[in-house]
Design a protein around this ligand. Sequence first.
Ligand SMILES: *[C@@H]1O[C@H](CO)[C@@H](O)[C@H](O)[C@H]1NC(C)=O
Ligand SMILES: *[C@@H]1O[C@H](CO)[C@@H](O)[C@H](O)[C@H]1NC(C)=O
Length: 424
Amino acid sequence: MVVILLFSMALVVLMSCVVDVKAEATKTLSEVNRKLKLLNKPAVKSIKTEDGEIIDCVDIYKQPAFDHPALRNHTIQIRPSFTIQDDTSSTKGDSSPAPALSQTWQKSGSCPLGTVPIRRIRKQDLLRAASLEHFGRDGPRTSWAVNAEATNGQSRHFVHLNGSKIPIFPMPEHSTAFLVTKGYNYVGARGGINAWSPRVESADEYTTGQIWIKNGPPGINFESVEAGWMVNPKLFGGAEPRLFARWTLDGYEKTGCINLVCPGFVQTSKTIVLGGILQPLSQKNGPQYQINLMMDRDPSTGNWWLHSGNDIIGYWPGPILSYLKNSATTIEWGGDVYSKKVKGNSPHTATAMGSGDFAAGRMGSAAYVGQYMIVDGYLRLKNPEWVDVFAEEPDCYTAVNYLATPKSEAVFYYGGPGRNPQCP
Ligand SMILES: *[C@@H]1O[C@H](CO)[C@@H](O)[C@H](O)[C@H]1NC(C)=O
Ligand SMILES: *[C@@H]1O[C@H](CO)[C@@H](O)[C@H](O)[C@H]1NC(C)=O
């Protein structure tokens, strides 16, 4: 009797659990569908790529950016009001590597005038995401990972710029290696970002090669606009490097977005897809390819424009930004590995940065950033007067600024394999 009673009680408990799980699942699915409808704007034309992805050509005035509350009355800017040209680059001669921005989707079709190509987000993309609310960004940071150092405005890490010791604030769950300049108000940055396809150990990690344009309070809650390439299987459903543009007002915690997967960035190009697969890629001891990125604040609107080579991709609108509305105080070039298995959480992730080789491997083996420049407050395009390098975990990923001769142009090398005997 007692046994039967216990058994039936257990059964009831078990069944209610099953029902709960089912309810949870259907709720999630309807949420997913609602979110998909919100994210994917009606297409004027759709293009299926060789890789099986769908590119929607969306009316430029109906793109996701306009869902941002600060952009309700936004007047779209179709072109930058001016462009600062690098008049030295034409004289740099023959060694400039070819650009890596022939996006594979362009073989399958093109978007009509007045539309912008947007990578369609599919159900499986959202189902892979840890949270719908945080789709397209990192946050929220897990509480154990927010250490005191990161929040109290003090730091044990420094770079040396113009004879001063400047604190650096490493972020939890990120391991970076970069070249940095500070000391002025910047309104632009340039860099030739060498394109590689580094290994990412698990789908919830990512690795980038990029430029950061930053301002904001000291610490990890910085404001930034960023662009480069990213290998991010969770977001993109594949391990190929893709063009990305992201922004945040608080170190990726609550605000911001990658590409057009949430509102913010306004796209104006009808030929470049954010999140598009980059090709061709660099080969070890073989040909090297790069994306030539250029980011400038437009003095007439406060929008930050993103260019790749001769293509104008679009802009981060001034109204969504805070400190960066006026200028940046920090420019960084380098790589970012996102993983919970960094900084003492052993085993260390085997997600690679750059090419997967250490900076000491230099040209043809390590990833580089070449022709790095800044635009100062007087709209002068120039090499930064001073720079320093920083690698958070130098046994895992390294950073070297290399001058072949005192007169040659410096090249920044960065990267590494992650887990290795020195970085267990
Ligand atoms: C948009 O315009 C309306 C009407 O002029 C105004 O009430 C509202 O505050 C504006 N919104 C923004 C975000 O500027
Ligand atoms: C660089 O250092 C010099 C000497 O300390 C100082 O006078 C100058 O203001 C500094 N420049 C910037 C931009 O910080």
